[in-house]
Design a protein around this ligand. Structure first.
Ligand SMILES: [Zn+2]
Length: 503
């Protein structure tokens, strides 16, 4: 963070993800039930409880005083597993539906899935030659066969390959508007503006601003605001998110691969056991990733920190020791990853967290909005502590798509306590700026002894969504008042990108 710049904390809620197609909290249970069998124990349980609020159901299942009156211990285990996996499935599906509609990409274009397939090929070739899955002891013939098999796997596309070859500075805007709109704008005049990606020529600030305006003016009914948010991040920013989904993480993965300054590292506020696929053993210490060639650490003060207070769908936890696992950007509960971990355990008997480690028993790490003291997972406790520290130093709180409803009482309490003496500025961006929402924010502002600001677009026909706010901020940042970009051109244009888990 540079001297004089404010310490910003963004608090992101479900409203922002709804803009890219994630289901609203009230739609979550019906969506989960669509994917479970008619006679599933979860369906029977929910019918008995007559509850439509997934956060309440999840909270009840975390409290033995409540669930023990309805369920035996083994029933509880099954109901909870079905619910957690259902949540993961729904958000994973929403993300891939968005990728399909917005970019025309397929599930197998996911780099993590591609790695899982690569792992399987390595395993298959190893078996055929009677060798363990460890390249260092392989014969030349086995290596040659593996190379041939890998060539066949190289059919996946990454996100930037389906977009026009725009300058790095414009990629977040192209990602935000999506493939179809970006190509239409490209053939409609952008191509002649000299804003293509080039290792030698660099567009001027004015050209970039004009191109951004053209792309954003052409946007359709659905913009992905996360790509604009990550383009606006500065070192030292904090994002507290109450969402389980991966829209933010995936936008960060993309941006961190772009050779632009300022480069920053992204920390997640805790240390996980990272699961990677192409090693002899797929485990490593993981707490985030670094941007393009930055020397900054994910634990530096300058790191952008993403704090998922309620967990994420790419996190797992060991039910015995509660250590957290992460499969960055891809749900770890998916069949391909689960089978890979089971196979690794069979071959190597590795125990990454504790002596009772069983890959079959790893469960999604998602918690209901609940008080800090009830959180048993050490990774989540670390994250709450980290949030407290960043909030204590915040000079600006920006709530985006966050209703701050009764389920978020614990978050309100955390912010109220941490920021009591900091007196940060408070900005609220929300599609629904009704009286109830304003009252909730005014109550928080009273505790902080400040006045909240509610963002409204200059054009009153536009709804005050996260997308509308970020478009305005992005165009403002591109204006002539901003200092010139320092950009390091890279010799080759990118064609494939490995997921940042490798850093
Ligand atoms: Zn364990």
């Amino acid at each position: 963070m540079r001297n004089g710049e404010s310490r910003r904390v963004f608090v992101v809620g479900a409203g922002m993800s709804c803009e890219v197609g994630a289901p609203a909290v009230r739609r979550l249970l019906p969506s989960i039930l669509e994917s479970v069998g008619r006679k599933s124990i979860l369906r029977t349980y929910l019918k008995r409880k007559a509850s439509s609020n997934v956060e309440k159901v999840l909270g009840d299942l975390d409290d033995p005083r409540i669930w023990s009156s309805d369920l035996t211990r083994s029933e509880h285990k099954r109901v909870r597993a079905q619910l957690l996996c259902g949540i993961v499935r729904v958000f994973d599906k929403a993300y891939y539906e968005h990728l399909r509609r917005h970019f025309g990409l397929r599930r197998q274009d996911d780099p993590y899935y591609s790695d899982v397939r690569d792992y399987r090929v390595g395993e298959k070739v190893g078996k055929q030659h009677g060798l363990p899955f460890n390249g260092s002891t392989w014969t030349p013939e086995a290596r040659k066969q593996l190379a041939r098999e890998r060539v066949r796997l190289r059919d996946r596309k990454c996100l930037d390959e389906v977009l026009p070859p725009l300058d790095w500075e414009l990629l977040p805007v192209a990602r935000a508007v999506g493939r179809r709109v970006a190509w239409q704008a490209w053939s409609g005049g952008l191509e002649s503006l000299n804003v293509s990606r080039s290792p030698t020529a660099k567009p001027t600030r004015k050209q970039l601003a004009k191109a951004s305006q053209i792309l954003l003016d052409a946007r359709g009914d659905r913009l992905d605001p996360y790509h604009l948010l990550v383009a606006l991040l500065r070192p030292g920013d904090t994002i507290i998110t109450l969402n389980y989904d991966l829209f933010l993480d995936r936008a960060l993965f993309e941006r961190l691969g772009d050779p632009v300054t300022p480069a920053f590292a992204v920390g997640y506020g805790s240390t996980f056991i990272g699961v990677r696929t192409c090693n002899e053993h797929p485990y490593e210490t993981w707490n985030g990733f670094r941007g393009w060639r930055t020397s900054a650490s994910t634990e530096d003060d300058d790191a952008v920190v993403v704090l998922k207070l309620h967990g994420g769908i790419d996190w797992l936890q060991c039910p015995s020791c509660h250590r957290g696992y992460c499969t960055p950007g891809t749900p770890g509960s998916c069949r391909a990853i689960r089978q890979m971990l089971i196979e690794d355990k069979r071959l190597s008997d590795c125990q990454p967290c504790c002596s009772r480690y069983d890959p079959r028993a790893l469960e999604p790490c998602l918690v209901a909005p609940e008080p800090r003291k009830q959180i048993a997972t050490p990774s989540l406790s670390d994250i709450w502590d980290f949030a407290q520290r960043r909030l204590e130093n915040a000079s600006e709180l920006i709530f985006v798509g966050c209703a701050l409803g009764s389920a978020d009482n614990h978050v309100r309490k955390l912010i109220g306590q941490a920021c009591a003496s900091a007196r940060p500025r408070l900005l609220v961006v929300n599609r629904d700026l009704g009286m109830q929402l304003q009252r909730r924010y005014r109550t928080l502002a009273e505790i902080l002894k400040i006045a909240p600001a509610f963002w409204r677009p200059g054009n009153r026909t536009v709804q005050p969504t996260a997308s509308a706010w970020l478009v305005e901020r992005f165009l403002e940042a591109q204006g002539p008042a901003k200092r010139p970009i320092r950009q390091t051109p890279r010799a080759n244009t990118r064609c494939t990108r490995r997921p940042p888990v490798r850093h």
